[in-house]
Design a protein around this ligand. Structure first.
Ligand code: ZN
Length: 331
C-alpha cells in the first residue's frame, strides 16, 4: 500500500511524508487551509501557492513551507506528488501520488459544482481513490452555488427595500470569498467580520482583492442599513450583532437542506450552499477517477461505501481519519 493511515495521519512510507496529518510530523503535504486538514506543529509544509496566505495567517509567519502550482510534480524519494484543483476553496487540491505506475488520489475536501472563484475540480485517473463522504446520502442534492448566489442577491434586495441589514453567516475561509466574488460589481455597502477581513487581507499578497470593509469599532448603526454583512456562524446570537439595528440573518450550509436545521440555528433564512460534493457529485467523481479501489473518509462512510459496492461493484472500504468538518465551521 502506497498510502496508509497510522496514528499521525495518512502516511506514504516510501517518501516518508504525510498528507493532512492530525499529529505533528516532519513533512506534511496539505490539501487545503481548513483547520482539520492544515494543523499546527509540522516541521515542513508543502501546499498549493494559494494555500500559503492561509498557512501564514493561521500558523504564523515563521512556518516552514514549500509551495507548488497545479500540475507541477514534486519528487520525494522517487515518489511523484502533484496537486490538482479540488474546487472546494481557493488553493484546495487533490494530491496525486505515483510510484512505479501505481497511482493514488487524495481528494481532501472537494466539490464539482463551480462557485465562480475556486478553480474547478479536475478529474484525475487513478487506481486508488480516497474520497470524503460528508453528504454521501441520496437526500443531499445541491443546486449550483451560482444559482444560490442569485437567491442571496434577491433576498438582500428584499431586505434593502425594507431598510434592513442583511447578515450572511458562512465559513470565513471559502464561502465568504466566493460570495464576495459574486457581488464584486455591487455599489451597495458590504461589511466584513474581522475573521473574514483577516483572510481577505492575507489573500491580497496572491493578487486577490475582495470587496467589503472591515467593521470599525465606532461604526454607526445607520451605516449598516441596507448593507450586506458577511460573518462566521460563531457570530450568530452574540451581542456583536446588536450593532446592526434592524437586520435579517441567513446561514449558508449544505445542512440547510434538512428540515428543522434553519430553526435550530435560529436564522431567518437558510441557503443550501456547500463547498462539498452532494451525492450525485460524489458518484460522478468516483466514476471519473476510473479507480477500482475507493476509500471513504469523513461523513457517511458506512452508507456510502456500501452504496458503491452494491451499485457499482467497486471495492469500496472505510478509511478512518480524524477529519472533522463541523457544521458550524465550513459546510
Ligand atoms: Zn475543507
Amino acid at each position: 500500500m502506497l498510502l496508509k493511515v497510522n496514528s499521525k495521519g495518512l502516511y506514504c512510507a516510501k517518501a516518508d511524508v504525510y498528507i493532512d496529518p492530525w499529529r505533528p510530523v516532519k513533512k506534511a503535504l496539505i490539501t487545503h487551509g481548513h483547520a482539520d486538514h492544515m494543523r499546527w506543529g509540522n516541521q515542513q509544509y508543502l501546499c498549493h501557492t494559494d494555500t500559503v496566505p492561509v498557512l501564514k495567517v493561521r500558523l504564523g509567519a515563521d512556518v516552514v513551507y514549500q509551495s507548488v502550482g497545479y500540475n507541477e510534480p514534486v519528487t520525494i524519494n522517487g515518489v511523484s506528488f502533484s496537486f490538482h484543483p479540488a474546487g472546494h476553496i481557493l488553493g484546495s487540491s487533490q494530491i496525486r501520488v505515483e510510484y512505479k505506475g501505481e497511482v493514488w488520489v487524495v481528494t481532501g475536501d472537494y466539490k464539482l459544482l463551480p462557485d465562480g472563484l475556486s478553480p474547478e475540480f479536475e478529474p484525475v485517473r487513478c487506481h486508488h481513490f480516497i474520497t470524503e463522504s460528508t453528504f454521501g446520502l441520496p437526500i443531499y442534492q445541491f443546486e449550483s452555488p451560482l444559482t444560490i448566489f442569485d437567491d442571496i442577491s434577491n433576498w438582500w434586495q428584499e431586505n434593502r427595500e425594507q431598510q434592513r441589514a442583511t447578515v450572511i453567516c458562512c465559513y470565513s475561509l471559502g464561502k465568504a470569498q466566493s460570495i464576495l466574488n459574486y457581488f464584486k460589481e455591487t455599489e451597495e455597502r458590504v461589511f466584513l467580520h474581522g475573521a473574514v477581513a483577516n483572510l481577505n487581507d492575507a489573500f491580497r499578497e496572491n493578487g486577490y482583492h475582495f470587496i467589503g470593509s472591515r467593521i470599525a469599532a465606532d461604526q454607526k448603526k445607520e451605516d449598516f442599513r441596507q448593507a450586506l454583512i458577511i460573518a462566521p456562524p460563531s457570530a450568530l446570537g452574540t451581542p456583536w450583532m446588536r450593532k446592526f439595528g434592524d437586520y435579517r440573518t441567513a446561514m449558508c450550509s449544505g445542512w440547510m437542506q434538512l428540515r428543522g436545521m434553519r430553526r435550530r440555528r435560529g436564522v431567518d433564512k437558510g441557503f443550501v450552499f456547500s463547498d462539498h460534493c452532494d451525492f450525485n457529485s460524489l458518484n460522478a467523481a468516483v466514476k471519473m477517477s476510473e479507480a477500482e479501489n475507493i476509500y471513504i473518509t469523513h461523513g457517511y462512510e458506512l452508507q456510502y461505501a456500501q452504496w458503491l459496492r452494491e451499485a457499482y461493484g467497486l471495492n469500496a472500504q472505510i478509511m478512518k481519519t480524524l477529519y472533522n468538518d463541523t457544521e458550524t465551521e465550513e459546510l
